[in-house]
Design a binder for this molecule. Structure first.
Ligand SMILES: CC(C)(COP(=O)(O)OP(=O)(O)OC[C@H]1O[C@@H](n2cnc3c(N)ncnc32)[C@H](O)[C@@H]1OP(=O)(O)O)[C@@H](O)C(=O)NCCC(=O)NCCS
Length: 329
């Protein structure tokens, strides 16, 4: 029996209302709109208010994706939530989402792969569908990174932001549609490039861990930048070669939105035309696992995605992890 394809039936996103501009940040730390814009491409980002939770945005993104898909919550077999900022360590946020959506039949779990979380989750969902274990999988990428920012550290607080995006992946018997290939990689030898050291069993939360700033995100930005460009290019070439697709045949490239300069560099090294690269970092900042599904939902609702289009996704993040996916819409 043939393996079914995993097609995207619906997309959804949800962002906090509150906007923090570069000018706002320039009043908080020694930085400027000019520096942030030229080094990162970010002009403003969304920030959750006190009391707002990651699951709130994830549920809204998920229900928008279900609505577009025309699928009832009870038809969902599995909920995967890619995140590094769950509501709490126990239970998984995916279980909270499953309950609030009314996805009563669904299994649910969180997946942690840094900024590559959505690509990892997409790949896992793909395997469940190919093996016919599940028909409908809700894949969510959701983060409230600003809860872990040191607002006095100008090297990180200007980058990260909040939001959620989701896709409904469904089994489809037509061949050559949906996810064509995924590739996942990791290198734990470089784990110290991007960390949030406190809050786990190594540094459980204590007054001392708070005093030492262990509950803040830390990043070796420059080293990460160089590696990200090379790794994203390589993994994109890998999925394109596996699927027999040339870079020039990509209709839309939806990369993780970490830095506009990384995206520009990857696009031009690959030879994907600028107008085929979807960029929204100017308005969203870096929302880690959420950035690709938010960008995809925006592109989809703007009518930029057409049946038969070849869409390339790629990401790089903490772990280190990186990955790519190629999809025929
Ligand atoms: C973080 C990042 C924007 C910094 O840009 P960069 O060009 O590498 O800048 P550097 O870290 O080399 O810093 C250059 C200078 O700007 C300064 N600087 C850093 N942040 C600043 C800010 N917000 N405002 C003004 N100056 C700043 C630094 O102190 C440094 O000053 P110095 O030359 O006097 O030492 C960039 O490295 C980046 O995007 N990295 C990758 C992020 C990523 O992909 N993460 C993985 C996925 S989450």
């Amino acid at each position: 029996m043939n393996q079914p394809s995993a097609i995207v039936l619906g997309t959804g996103a949800s962002l906090p209302e509150k906007i923090l501009t570069n000018h706002d940040l320039a009043r908080m730390v020694e930085t400027s709109d000019e520096w942030i814009t030229t080094r990162t491409g970010i002009k403003e980002r969304r920030v959750a208010r006190e009391g707002e939770t990651m699951s709130q945005f994830a549920v809204q993104a998920g229900s928008r994706a279900l609505e577009m898909a025309g699928i009832a919550p009870a038809e969902i077999d599995l909920v995967i939530c890619a995140t590094v900022t769950p509501d709490m360590p126990i239970p998984s946020t995916a279980c909270l989402i499953q309950h609030r959506l009314g996805a009563s039949r669904a299994a649910a779990f969180d997946l942690s792969a840094g900024c590559s979380g959505f690509i990892y989750a997409l790949s896992v969902a793909h395997q469940f569908i190919r093996t016919r274990m599940y028909r409908n999988v809700l894949v969510i990428g959701a983060e409230l990174l600003t809860k872990y920012l040191d607002w006095s550290d100008r090297t990180t607080c200007i980058l990260f932001a909040d939001g959620a995006g989701a896709v409904v992946l469904s089994a489809d018997e037509r061949e050559g549609h949906g996810i064509l290939t995924t590739a996942l990689h990791s290198d734990g030898a470089l784990a110290d490039y991007i960390t949030l050291p406190g809050g786990g069993t190594l540094h459980p939360p204590t007054e001392e861990s708070v005093r030492q700033g262990l509950h803040f995100i830390k990043m070796k930005g420059n080293e990460t930048f160089k590696l990200a460009v090379r790794s994203i290019e390589d993994v994109c070439r890998e999925v394109l070669a596996t699927s027999g697709v040339r870079p020039g045949e990509v209709d839309l490239f939806v990369p993780h939105q970490a830095n506009a300069r990384i995206i520009d560099a990857v696009g031009s090294r690959l030879g994907v035309a600028k107008e085929k690269v979807y960029l929204n970092i100017e308005r969203t900042g870096n929302t880690s696992s959420a950035s690709i599904p938010i960008a995809l939902d925006e592109a989809n609702r703007k009518g930029l995605v057409h049946r038969g289009d070849r869409i390339l996704f790629a990401a790089f993040g903490a772990g280190l992890t990186w990955g790519a996916a190629l999809l025929r819409w």
